[in-house]
Write a protein that binds this ligand. Structure first.
Ligand code: 2IT
Length: 441
């Protein structure tokens, strides 16, 4: 860590993600002299390569705009690079390196042949018109297309990139590459290469994992109060499945504040989340404006201020801090599951674990998204569409398997389960063994 800090000063998100993994795998790692001999840790913490490029486009007023685009190809021991694209004004190399690093282990946990990667741009979709989004996406792919492909690197969505953006990028990719029906990008819409259930997959997978955490305590999802942060694709999928299982989503949030939904979110409200995202306004207050009798908006508050049994950060890294964790614990939270990548700060995780409240880490809980991207690539390769039931069944099996691996590697002497340690060790071992077997490259 000292070497890395000296080499990459100020890359805080990246250093945070690496530290968490190294701390939890250390004991297990030291049992394997072959890892040390092949310098697996020193190799795995550095990306294979990073593409960094200028993206130039013209806005609706005819003005030239310049952004920075990136693709971090992190580790290909298990397969072609795979991971989302994030469009957000705060995107920088450190953020994408942390996300790419996490993606290696997450993809490993799915047991699919997926390497780790991530990318994006410092482009802010908030307030942009549809035409501006299209021009930006086209300009982004114009630069990146030679470095992606189903057997090379397959991007998908992340914060700020959903079905619409993938559509524009895929259209441009096909035009340039003259390739069709490919898994060069995933998260495509159904009908032209997309997989059913991919939009729901991150949220569904997260709830499948949480259901196992709840069952582990001989408890039930029925009637549980769930607080979700955000109102994007991930929170949307989680809200659908949680409601289906009889739980009550009592809070969603946005950068502007929180909407408290005392009676639990309804189907109409879940559907409206999609419109809120498509509007590019990024305001959760819109839910309370549309459903004034059901949702109460409070400006400046987080979802964690609402009393809940299960807290699920679904928005952005480091969104839940130690103070939030203490507030949740004071209000009797029973389970915390990170759905955003690195959604909880280290102090928050420590406080939750110290209180013996089960804590599920993002790289395990949210792996259903990339897993279903992997299933989309399978469908593209065999020129076939699976039914929603087939995809969902595969997703559920993968999430159960991930849960089992986390328990196997995370069981402590006192019988409690350290899901963070379990996920990191299980994810790491598969990659490390593959790297040793494939030689010094
Ligand atoms: O963080 C993630 O796993 C994603 N944004 C999805 C990546 C993917 O390739 O589906």
């Amino acid at each position: 860590m000292a070497n890395l800090e000296a080499k990459h000063p100020g890359e805080n998100e990246y250093l945070q993600a690496v530290r968490e993994v190294l701390e939890t795998i250390e004991t297990e790692y030291n049992k394997h002299p072959e890892f040390e001999a092949a310098k697996i840790v020193e190799r795995i913490v550095e990306p294979d390569r990073i593409f960094k490029f200028r993206v130039v486009w013209v806005d609706d007023k005819g003005k030239t705009q310049v952004n920075l685009g990136y693709r971090v190809q992190y580790n290909a021991a298990l397969g072609a690079y795979k991971g989302g694209l994030r469009f957000h004004p705060k995107v920088n190399e450190s953020m994408l390196k942390f996300l790419g690093f996490e993606q290696i282990f997450k993809n490993s946990l799915t047991m699919l042949p997926l390497g780790g990667g991530k990318g994006g741009a410092d482009f802010d979709p908030v307030g942009k018109s549809d035409a501006e989004i299209m021009r930006f996406c086209q300009a982004f792919v114009y630069e990146l297309w030679r470095n992606i492909g189903p057997d090379q690197d397959s991007p998908a969505g992340d914060v700020g990139v959903g079905g619409r953006e993938i559509g524009y990028m895929y259209g441009m990719y096909k035009k340039l590459a003259r390739e069709h029906s490919t898994g060069a990008l995933t998260g495509k819409s159904y009908g032209w290469g997309g997989s059913l259930i991919r939009p729901e997959a991150t949220g569904f997978g997260a709830i499948y994992y949480v259901e196992r955490m709840v069952k582990e305590k001989k408890d039930t999802m029925k009637g549980k109060r769930i607080a979700l942060s955000g109102f994007g694709n991930v929170a949307w999928g989680a809200a659908i499945k949680a409601t289906e299982l009889g739980a009550k989503v009592v809070a969603i949030s946005g950068p502007d504040g929180v909407c408290e939904i005392e009676k639990g979110i309804t189907k109409d409200m879940i559907d409206y989340m999609l419109e809120m995202r498509a509007s590019n306004r990024n305001k959760v207050e819109d839910m309370a404006t549309k459903f004034p009798k059901l949702a109460k908006f409070t400006a400046g508050k987080k979802a964690w201020s609402v009393k809940c049994d299960i807290a699920m950060p679904c928005a952005f890294q480091n969104e839940l801090d130690e103070k939030d964790a203490k507030e949740l614990l004071k209000n009797g939270v029973k389970y915390v599951a990170e759905v955003s990548n690195m959604g909880c700060q280290p102090g928050a995780i420590a406080a939750i674990q110290k209180a013996k409240v089960p804590f599920g880490p993002g790289k395990a809980v949210n792996a259903g998204g990339v897993a279903t991207s992997g299933l989309e690539i399978c469908q593209n390769a065999e020129h076939r569409n699976w039914t929603a039931e087939e995809v969902d069944k595969n997703l559920h099996t993968i999430m159960n398997n991930i849960y089992d691996m986390c328990v196997e590697h995370g069981k402590e002497k006192d019988g409690s389960i350290n899901y963070v340690k379990g996920a990191n060790i299980a994810g790491f071992m598969r990659v490390a063994k593959a790297m040793v077997a494939q030689g010094i490259i």
